[in-house]
Write a protein that binds this ligand. Structure first.
Ligand code: OGA
Ligand code: NI
Length: 351
């Protein structure tokens, strides 16, 4: 890749939501959903039972596997507890992320790249196209595999940040293999079925997001409705600040924050891989006028060398192949092209 060129400060800072929010109470037009959007319902009990997975039981309990299967096939998401990461560690991840966004603009701009939309500090405005822009700033960094990391985008401040990111990546990576195996077993497939399509060195991209408090939450979205361009994604939200919502049967549902839990969702590549058996969930982030919100997302994709498509085990006489085969580079291009037009890539991948 060519050497990254940091965006000129003036150009980027005019697009940074943190700067916009700091300098004025007016929300620029491009961030306003003029006709608003449908409200979400609250169904807290769902997230205490059907959509709550105990990671430590996945290797031994058929009840837990059945829950995993129905969560992924009906919703495309769940929250996971007992995953081996301490609540205090997760709290610290959020804390160092918050400290990063609190740094002076000059310091943060050291991690920006004008010519790479997949890396560094910046704003979603660059791939918004003509769409309403998301009310957040973010830092994208490659977490895994190690040889793909571009440390020039890894902040050197706060001092603990790099060590924390490193530890978080390692812990997430350790969750992947058991999770892919459990998914396969939940469908009565050979347990390496998804793992071998995914490969062990698939890219994991981290996205640290700041959603500044917003004076007009009924017209502004932190992230517009979308599904992720990943096999699956992990989301660590900040305790005490709700924002994430998921769509099921045309109804938006609030996702409560459960301290110590991670939110896991399937993305477009996961839906393709399972030939539509597991769903890539549509989700969005709403804003609020009381508090900034931080989240840390990690997107897992297959190894670069893999041809992505439905696994043969899920294609048969009564189960026609629903999606094309393609490579990851083709997919990435398609994803951002479609995102900028407000379309889901999964639609373009259907046969
Ligand atoms: C995303 C996303 C949710 C959140 O970055 O794709 O859906 O709560 N984030 O930050
Ligand atoms: Ni998302």
């Amino acid at each position: 890749m060519a050497e990254p060129i940091p965006l000129p400060k003036k150009e980027l800072s005019s697009k940074l939501v943190q700067e916009i929010a700091k300098n004025s109470n007016e929300i620029p037009e491009q961030y306003l959903h003029k006709n608003g959007f449908p409200q979400a319902i609250d169904a807290p009990d769902l997230w205490k039972d059907a959509l709550l997975i105990d990671f430590s039981l996945l290797s031994s309990s058929s009840t837990e596997l059945a829950k995993l299967r129905s969560a992924l096939s009906e919703w495309g998401c769940f929250q996971v507890i007992n995953h081996g990461m301490e609540s205090s560690f997760l709290g610290e991840m959020i804390e160092v992320s918050k400290q990063f966004f609190e740094l002076p603009l000059e310091e943060k701009l050291k991690c920006s790249a004008a010519n790479d939309i997949f890396q560094g500090y910046g704003s979603d405005a660059i791939y918004a196209g003509n769409q309403t822009i998301n009310w957040n700033d973010r830092l994208f960094v490659t977490l895994y595999p190690e040889e793909k990391r571009q440390l020039k985008f890894w902040p050197t401040k706060p001092e603990k940040f790099r060590g924390m990111i490193q530890e978080y990546s390692m812990k997430l990576t350790n969750m992947l293999e058991p999770l892919y195996k459990a998914m396969a077993r939940s469908l009565n497939l050979e347990e390496d079925c998804f793992l071998k399509h995914q490969g062990k060195n698939g890219l994991i991209t981290g996205r640290f997001s700041l959603y500044p408090r917003c004076p007009c939450p009924e017209r502004v979205l932190g992230v517009k409705p979308h599904s992720d361009g990943a096999t699956l994604a992990f989301l660590l939200p900040e305790n005490g600040v709700q924002g994430l919502e998921v769509l099921k049967d045309d109804v938006w549902h609030k996702v409560p924050v459960i301290p110590g839990a991670l939110f896991v969702n399937f993305g477009d590549l996961g839906e393709v891989m399972t030939n539509g058996v597991f769903k890539s969930v549509m989700h969005r982030v709403v804003t609020n006028d009381a508090k900034d919100r931080i989240s840390v997302a990690a997107f897992c994709t297959p190894e670069d060398s893999k041809i992505i498509g439905p696994v043969s085990e899920l294609i048969g006489d009564h189960k026609p192949q629903l999606f094309k085969r393609f490579d990851i580079h083709e997919f990435r291009r398609m994803f951002f092209e479609n995102y900028a037009k407000g379309r889901r890539t999964i639609e373009a991948l259907k046969l």
